[in-house]
Design a protein around this ligand. Structure first.
Ligand SMILES: [Zn+2]
Length: 315
C-alpha cells in the first residue's frame, strides 16, 4: 500500500509504513537527498498516507489520497517561491500564521516546502517547531542537511533517500526512455550516482540538442573562431530565458566531454567528439566561461554583451 510508487528505498518505506500504522507519525519531516532522488515523490506519497481516509494509510483510492495526488487537496499546502533561490521569509511567516487555522476537510494540515529555506525562513519556523498544533505536519525538502539550522534539524524526522540498484535503474530507464541505446543507458547510469531523475535527465539531454548546440560543438571542436561568431551573433538578440538553457546545455556537454576524457563514458556522440578534439584544460576553461555567463544572464546582463564576451572567450 501507499509507497510502492517510489522506486527502491525499501527500508525507508517500511519504516514509514510502520510508524504511520502505529500512529507514531511526526510533525516535522526532513526529506533529504540529491537532485533526482525522488524527494518530491516521497513527500507526495507521505502526504497521501497522512490524508488517507481508507483502512490502510495511502490506499490511493479514497478522496483524501486522490485529492493530494491531483494537487487539489485544500489542506495540502505547497509553500514555494520559484523566483528566488530560497523561500522568501514572508511566505514562511504566512504559513506560520495559517497553521493555526484548523484544516478544511482533512484530519491534518500539511505544509510542503519543496525548496530550501534560508536562515530567516528557518528562524521564522522555529516557533511552530516548538509547539505545533496537533493536526499540523511540515515536510521540508533539502539536498543538503547541513544548510539547516541544528535547532530545526533536531526537531525533524529525517528521511534520507538512497540510490537505486543498477538493475532497477536499467529496467526503469528502458521503460521511460525507450529510444535510448544500451550504451547511452549504461553511461547515464554510471554518471547518475544511482538517482533515477539524474540518469533520466542525462539521457534526455543527449537527444533534443538545440541547433545552436550542434553548431557550437562543431565550431568549438575545430577551433573555428569564425564558426563561433556565426553561432553567437544571432544569439545576441535572444531573450535571456532562451539564452540561459542553451548556455547550460553547452556547459553540460563540455562537462560530459571532460568526464569522458577522465575515463567516463559519454552519453552523446557530440561529447565524445569534443573529448577527442579538445584538452581537459580547454574544456574546463570553456565551462568556466559559460557558467560565468549564465550567472551574468541571471543578473540581467544583456544577451548582446554575453554573446560578445563568449566570441572572445571561447575562440
Ligand atoms: Zn486513501
Amino acid at each position: 500500500m501507499g509507497f510502492e510508487e517510489l522506486l527502491g528505498n525499501d527500508r525507508l518505506k517500511d519504516e514509514l509504513r510502520q510508524s504511520l500504522r502505529s500512529g507514531h507519525g511526526a510533525h516535522f519531516y526532513m526529506i533529504s537527498g540529491p537532485e533526482g532522488s525522488g524527494k518530491r515523490t516521497l513527500a507526495r506519497l507521505l502526504a497521501q498516507a497522512l490524508m488517507c481516509e481508507g483502512p490502510e494509510p495511502g490506499c490511493g483510492r479514497c478522496e483524501g489520497c486522490r485529492k493530494v495526488r491531483d494537487g487539489v487537496h485544500p489542506d495540502f499546502i505547497t509553500v514555494d517561491d520559484p523566483e528566488h533561490k530560497t523561500v522568501a521569509v514572508k511566505l514562511v511567516r504566512d504559513a506560520r500564521d495559517d497553521v493555526y487555522i484548523r484544516p478544511n476537510e482533512g484530519r491534518r494540515k500539511i505544509y510542503l516546502f519543496p525548496q530550501e529555506l534560508g536562515l530567516p525562513g528557518q528562524n521564522a519556523l522555529l516557533k511552530i517547531l516548538e509547539e505545533p498544533p496537533a493536526y499540523a505536519v511540515f515536510l521540508l525538502i533539502t539536498d543538503n542537511e547541513e544548510r539547516l539550522l541544528p535547532t530545526v534539524r533536531s526537531r525533524c524526522r529525517v528521511l534520507k533517500m538512497s540510490p537505486l540498484s543498477e538493475d532497477l535503474l536499467r529496467r526503469e530507464l528502458g521503460r521511460r526512455v525507450p529510444d535510448a541505446g544500451r550504451e547511452a543507458i549504461d553511461a547515464a547510469i554510471a554518471r547518475s550516482g544511482g538517482y533515477l531523475g539524474q540518469a533520466e535527465r542525462l539521457l534526455e539531454g543527449s537527444n533534443g540538442l538545440a541547433q545552436q548546440t550542434l553548431d557550437f560543438v562543431e565550431a568549438f571542436g575545430r577551433r573555428d573562431a569564425m564558426g563561433l561568431v556565426r553561432v553567437l551573433v544571432p544569439m545576441e538578440k535572444m531573450k535571456r530565458d532562451v539564452l540561459i538553457p542553451i548556455l547550460d546545455q553547452w556547459a553540460q556537454i563540455l562537462q560530459e566531454a571532460l568526464a569522458c576524457r577522465a575515463g567516463g563514458r559519454a552519453i552523446s556522440e557530440q561529447a565524445r567528439a569534443l573529448a577527442t578534439a579538445r584538452s581537459s584544460k580547454d574544456l574546463l576553461e570553456a565551462i568556466g566561461h559559460l557558467k560565468k555567463c549564465v550567472g551574468y544572464a541571471q543578473s540581467n546582463v544583456s544577451c548582446a554583451a554575453i554573446c560578445g564576451y563568449l566570441q572572445w572567450a571561447l575562440r
